[in-house]
Design a protein around this ligand. Structure first.
Ligand SMILES: Nc1nc2c(ncn2[C@@H]2O[C@H](COP(=O)(O)OP(=O)(O)O)[C@@H](O)[C@H]2O)c(=O)[nH]1
Ligand SMILES: Nc1ncnc2c1ncn2[C@@H]1O[C@H](COP(=O)(O)OP(=O)(O)O)[C@@H](O)[C@H]1O
Length: 188
């Protein structure tokens, strides 16, 4: 069936993007909901691929115009949000839509769509492993990594509010679990 919503949330560095990229390559009729953000692009990120990048002012204008399904100030002055038109576009294409959102956004989208949505929490084996992965990823300055780790404990406390928790210790196992869960959910 199409028009289902699959939500992934987790502390930064838990492996959401890696798992989502794997799932997008499987034959699941999935499409990624590209969020809007006021953070700067990093590395090879391109506008309209990983995110719609915009200034904080532009973001706030869209908030006033009620263009967001949900949005959060995930880090100080760094806004992230799901545009209603983005979800509508993908559903109209007959896709199942995948979200990579923070824990509060994930819980809100699940509430909004109810049984049409599956919420998945990706849990790191430990905060120390998270620190190592963020350091090895090499995309963020040390102070940015500290800021993300400071938030991780708080985010981990939301895990039980998700439909499924997948511990991302061995990547292949985590990918298989996510694949299986989505196959089951979209089969009926
Ligand atoms: N609420 C909400 N959170 C989002 C959205 N898009 C991304 N995020 C979250 O913002 C956080 C930071 O994302 P990002 O800067 O790409 O860093 P990453 O977590 O290291 O990949 C992550 O928890 C994302 O899941 C969105 O549209 N809404
Ligand atoms: N199971 C795993 N074991 C080791 N490294 C992993 C695992 N899953 C992801 N990684 C690595 O950890 C880093 C963070 O993963 P990423 O998918 O960018 O996380 P997120 O999108 O949740 O911030 C990346 O460099 C990724 O290659």
């Amino acid at each position: 069936m199409q028009g289902k919503l699959i939500i992934f949330s987790a502390p930064s560095g838990s492996g959401k993007s890696t798992i989502i990229n794997y799932l997008l390559q499987q034959n699941l009729n999935l499409a990624f909901s590209i969020s809007a953000t006021s953070r700067a692009p990093r590395g090879n990120e391109r506008n309209g691929v990983e995110y719609y990048f915009m200034s904080p002012e532009e973001f706030k204008t869209k908030i006033s115009n009620n263009e967001f399904l949900e949005y959060e100030e995930v880090y100080a002055d760094k806004f992230y949000g799901t545009l209603k038109c983005e979800v509508e576009r993908l559903v109209a294409e007959g896709k199942n839509v995948v979200f990579d959102v923070d824990v509060v956004g994930g819980i809100n989208i699940k509430k909004f769509y109810g049984d049409r949505a599956l919420s998945i929490f990706i849990q790191p084996p430990s905060v120390e492993v998270l620190r190592q992965r963020l350091t090895d990823r090499g995309t963020d300055a040390p102070d940015v990594i500290e800021c993300r780790l400071n938030k991780a404990e708080y985010e981990l406390s939301f895990a039980s509010q998700f439909d499924i928790v997948i511990v991302n210790d061995n990547l292949e196992d985590a990918q298989k679990q996510a694949l299986q869960a989505i196959q089951n959910f979209t089969a009926h």
